[in-house]
Design a protein around this ligand. Structure first.
Ligand code: PA5
Length: 464
């Protein structure tokens, strides 16, 4: 594995009474081992097909790459239409690996289409997107595992009509690429009928665990990213998740420490990358951690209301907005730092002789400054007795990002097993989806509409 994990600041030796005792792992060995075994035994089965994604056959990958390279050559803009697990993987990885101002670069430097991930149904955002796209050179990847999600179907309907109007039916069809479950769902049926290119999704790959399936691989290959290196990184993380010794198994030990910390009221998990390229990794993590672990009942049906609220924070930006709370507020957080050893560029702070001040900054690099600030925040949290650990990426690359994604997924699966909950369902999300169908008058949801309408709204509680 290329990633390194430093969990000193989770331990009593570093942060005092709010930390974990060194014997906590030995004391809980049986529980940790049971969680590890449960996850590893289920690999490739049920909802754990995501565990197999790093080992996709070479021939399948080559076919995907060949198709996507052609789209990449033709497209000036490539737009993902999706939401939740069908958007955050593509968004977080592309943001990590593309130039930070990718869409603003001239075409010759960019060497890939402009990239947009549209994961909302705000009408102003849709109008703004349409304002900047040239439909003749825009390609749309409609991603929805269920093929039923209102937001994604809405975006599809609007843009497909516009494409047909502008390019004619036959050409419009070539601009839509669908990623969905084969043989199931409204979008699959439409895609078959219209003759769109379809990429399939395994039945047992849930939305938030799907970034290394065609959900992510298709847009990444269109953007010219090295998906084979990404999967190799993911395979390395999967291997390390097998390690029996918890102290050598990053996903298992961090899952355990998070769950153990929850017992002492640390119900917030902050992910704080010290790199703008990793900003959206925090969004990816938040969805994975929130939807997977936030559950009303355990596997035996007992009411538990489990979960740890994830929060995103960006170093150093949020040092100036949130770190005050992290150091002096309630002892209710575990902070995970993402550190990068080697940024892809070095920027020197000018040693400007005309400016007779700021000598402490002059001649240093921004790289040194961001690194010092991360260490300073870590130090401040440690001094204040606050739980935190750091994941080091030697650099941000396809391989390390693949590793990080797989680590997050195994960490989540282990945490779910330790909490004895169903990590892979999302009944709370489904409830909202059904209520939306009902309110928009979808057939078959009449009873749900009655239930929604029956919810008491009392005028005395409304301020006008
Ligand atoms: O993780 C999940 O399952 C969800 O967040 C889904 O990804 C999200 O609701 C979108 O669903 P779909 O891909 O079916 O459109």
């Amino acid at each position: 594995m290329k990633l390194r994990f430093d969990y000193n600041n989770m331990m009593e030796a570093a942060i005092g009474k709010h930390g974990l005792k060194d014997n906590v792992f030995a004391k809980n060995a049986a529980k940790i081992e049971a969680a590890r075994n449960a996850v590893l035994a289920a690999r490739g089965k049920g909802w754990q097909e995501w565990c197999d994604l790093p080992y996709l056959p070479e021939s399948e990958l080559n076919e995907t790459i060949a198709y996507c390279e052609e789209i990449g050559k033709k497209a000036e803009s490539f737009v993902v239409l999706g939401i939740g697990g069908s958007a955050l993987g593509p968004l977080s990885v592309a943001s990590a690996l593309l130039h930070l101002h990718h869409n603003e670069l001239p075409k010759a430097t960019r060497k890939a289409p402009k990239f947009y991930v549209e994961d909302n149904v705000d009408p102003e955002r849709m109008a703004a997107l349409i304002d900047v796209l040239d439909l003749k050179t825009s390609y749309f990847n409609v991603i929805t595992k269920s093929g039923e999600t209102s937001e994604t179907l809405t975006q599809f309907l609007i843009l497909y009509s516009m494409l047909k109007e502008k390019l004619g039916v036959e050409e419009a069809k070539k601009h839509i690429i669908v990623t969905t479950t084969i043989g199931k769902g409204t979008l699959y049926n439409i895609a078959e009928k219209e003759g769109f290119k379809i990429f399939g999704l395994g039945q047992g790959v849930g939305g938030r665990f799907s970034v290394l399936s065609n959900v992510g691989l298709v847009p990444f290959a269109v953007l010219g990213l090295d998906i084979k290196a990404m999967l190799a990184g993911a395979a390395a993380a999967a291997k390390s998740a097998e390690e029996a010794d918890v102290r050598k198994n990053p996903a298992l030990i961090t899952a355990f420490m998070q769950v153990e910390s929850m017992k002492s009221g640390k119900n917030v998990s902050v992910l704080m990358p010290y790199a703008d390229s990793l900003k959206y990794m925090a969004d990816f993590y938040c969805q994975l951690w929130a939807e997977s672990l936030g559950k009303a009942v355990d596997l035996k049906g007992k009411e538990v209301h489990a979960g740890q609220t994830p929060a995103k924070s960006l170093g150093v930006t949020d040092q100036h907005s949130q770190v005050q709370l992290y150091t002096e507020g309630p002892y209710d957080k575990v902070v995970t730092f993402l550190a990068v050893d080697n940024y892809r560029t070095k920027v020197v702070i000018s040693d400007d002789k005309d400016v007779d001040a700021c000598d402490f900054l002059k001649g240093h690099t921004m790289n040194e400054l961001i690194d010092a600030e991360r260490k300073a925040t870590e130090f401040a949290l440690r001094k204040a007795g606050r739980s935190n650990f750091t994941i080091y990426l030697p650099e941000v690359s396809e391989e390390t990002i693949g590793e990080l994604l797989m680590y997050f997924m195994y960490e989540t699966a282990f945490a779910g097993a330790l909490l004895n909950i169903d990590t892979f369902n999302q009944p709370g999300v489904e409830e909202g989806k059904k209520a939306t169908f009902a309110m928009l008058g979808r057939k078959g949801y009449e009873a749900k509409l009655q239930e929604v309408n029956a919810a008491a709204v009392r005028p005395e509680y409304i301020i006008k």
